[in-house]
Design a protein around this ligand. Structure first.
Ligand SMILES: Cc1ncc(COP(=O)(O)O)c(C=O)c1O
Length: 403
C-alpha cells in the first residue's frame, strides 16, 4: 500500500495561490501563516496529476464534453460512499458549488422570495441570495456544549411564510463541521415539503467526514427529501483540486433536474472543461485510499489543535468538527472586540485566519482556522498563538498593576 506524505511542505509562493500570494492584499502583511482560504497545502494526489498530464500528451485541448466514464465514476462513488442510487441522467456538470448555489437561486426562486440560511455559515450562502435580490431569512444555529444545533421550531415558522421558497442547507456545515443526522434532516425535509420550500443541499465537505462520524446525504433520508431537493457536490475539497472548477449536481426529481439543466444551458454554463472531467474521474476511480489516509492526518491535526489549546491557551476553545479541515475557534473569553481580535491574529499571532464575523450572525468572537497543512506548520502556528496570548495577558496584567 502506498503511504501518502502529508508532512511534505510545498512552497506555494508565486503560483497565484489565493491563500499565500494574496496575503498582503487581504491582511496588510505577508509575513503571516496562511490558514484561511479552504484549500489544503497537501500535494494534489499523483493519480490526478498523472491523469491530467496524460491528457496533455494529446496534442489538442479542444472543445470537449463529459463522457460516459465521467458520469459512471460519479454515480459509482455516490453509490459506494453515500449509498445513493443516482443514475447518470439525474446528474450534470457544475463549474463550482458557489456558482451552483447562485444558479439554483436563479432557477428555482423569484426576486423578493425569501431564502432561509443558517448562520454562522460559509459567506456565499448569505451574499448569493442577497446579490440576486432574494430576501434572506436567517435561522441562526445554536451552539450547545460545543456543538451546533438547528432551531427547528423557528425553522418551521420561517417555512410557513408563503413567501419563503428555498432553504440553502450546508451539509456538513461550514463552519463548525456538523454532520447533520438523519433525524434532523428528515425533520427538515418534512417541514420543507409541507410548505413548498425547496432544498438546495451543498455537500461539498461530505467526503471529508472524520473517523467516528457519518455523513447523511439529504437525498438519502426519505422520498420526500429526494423529490424536493437538488444536491451540489464536488471532489474539489477532498482531493485538493478546487482550482479546477469541477463540481456536479444531482436530483432524483426529473422535473427539477430538467429545469436546472435547461437553466444552466441558457446561462451557457453547462459545458464544463477537459481538466475538470479528467480530474473528477481520476479522483473517484482511484481516490479512496488517499481519502482514508488524508482523514487520519486531518483528524490528528484537529486533535493536536484541541489538545494544544486546552493545555496552553485555554482562553481559546476549538469547536471540534465532525467533518473537514476547518476549525471554528471560540475566542470569546479573550474579551476583545472583533476588530481587535482580527488585528490580534494578524499582527500579534501573525496568522491569517477567517474573521468569524464574515460568517454572519453568531460569528462574533470566533475565528476559523484551516488545518489542512503539515503538522510542523500547524505546531509553529500554535506556538505563535500561544506566545501572542501570553504577551497580551502580560500587558493587561501590567496595565492593571499600574492603575
Ligand atoms: C460549504 C462550501 N460550499 C462551497 C465552497 C466552495 O465551492 P466552489 O469552490 O466549488 O465554488 C466551499 C469552500 O470553502 C464551502 O465550504
Amino acid at each position: 500500500m502506498y503511504n501518502y506524505n502529508f508532512n511534505e511542505i510545498i512552497d506555494r509562493t508565486g503560483s497565484n495561490c489565493l491563500k499565500k500570494d494574496k496575503l498582503h492584499e487581504r491582511f496588510g502583511r505577508s509575513d503571516i501563516i496562511p490558514m484561511w482560504v479552504a484549500d489544503m497545502d497537501f500535494k494534489t494526489p499523483d493519480f490526478i496529476l498523472n491523469a491530467i498530464s496524460e491528457r496533455c500528451k494529446h496534442a489538442i485541448l479542444g472543445y470537449s464534453f463529459a463522457g460516459d466514464e465521467y458520469y459512471a465514476a460519479i454515480t459509482h462513488w455516490l453509490a459506494q460512499r453515500h449509498h445513493l442510487d443516482v443514475q447518470s441522467a439525474m446528474t450534470g456538470f457544475l463549474p463550482g458549488i458557489v456558482p451552483g448555489l447562485a444558479l439554483s437561486v436563479g432557477c428555482f426562486s423569484k426576486p423578493s422570495d425569501k431564502v432561509i440560511v443558517q448562520p454562522p455559515v460559509y459567506p456565499p450562502f448569505v451574499f448569493v441570495p442577497q446579490h440576486n435580490n432574494r430576501r434572506l431569512v436567517c435561522n441562526p444555529l445554536m451552539l450547545k456544549n460545543g456543538r451546533f444545533e438547528m432551531n427547528i421550531t423557528q425553522f418551521r415558522e420561517f417555512c410557513s411564510d408563503a413567501r419563503t421558497t428555498m432553504f440553502l442547507l450546508c451539509n456538513p456545515h461550514n463552519p463548525g463541521g456538523r454532520c447533520w443526522t438523519e433525524t434532523e434532516l428528515a425533520k427538515i425535509a418534512e417541514i420543507c415539503a409541507e410548505n413548498n420550500v425547496m432544498v438546495v443541499s451543498d455537500e461539498i465537505h461530505s467526503d471529508l467526514v472524520l473517523p467516528g462520524h457519518k455523513h447523511t446525504a439529504f437525498a438519502s433520508v426519505s422520498e420526500t427529501a429526494r423529490q424536493n431537493s437538488i444536491t451540489l457536490m464536488a471532489p474539489s475539497k477532498t482531493f485538493n483540486i478546487p482550482g479546477l472548477g469541477s463540481s456536479f449536481y444531482f436530483s432524483h426529481n426529473a422535473e427539477l433536474k430538467k429545469r436546472f439543466a435547461s437553466f444552466l444551458k441558457k446561462s451557457e454554463l453547462a459545458e464544463g472543461n477537459i481538466f475538470a472531467f479528467v480530474a473528477t474521474q481520476a479522483a473517484f476511480e482511484n481516490g479512496e485510499e488517499w481519502r482514508r489516509q488524508l482523514l487520519v492526518y486531518i483528524d490528528a491535526n484537529i486533535r493536536f489543535v484541541d489538545n494544544y489549546l486546552k493545555q496552553h491557551i485555554p482562553q481559546i476553545k476549538a469547536i471540534v468538527p465532525e467533518a473537514s479541515f476547518l476549525i471554528w475557534l471560540d475566542c470569546r473569553e479573550m474579551r476583545l472586540s472583533q476588530h481587535d481580535l482580527v488585528s490580534f491574529f494578524i499582527n500579534k499571532a501573525r496568522l491569517a485566519l477567517n474573521d468569524g464575523l464574515s460568517f454572519g450572525e453568531g460569528g462574533e468572537g470566533f475565528m476559523r482556522m484551516n488545518v489542512g497543512c503539515s503538522r510542523v506548520i500547524l505546531q509553529k502556528a500554535l506556538e505563535q498563538l500561544k506566545e501572542a496570548v501570553h504577551q497580551i495577558q502580560l500587558s493587561q496584567f501590567l496595565s492593571t498593576e499600574s492603575n
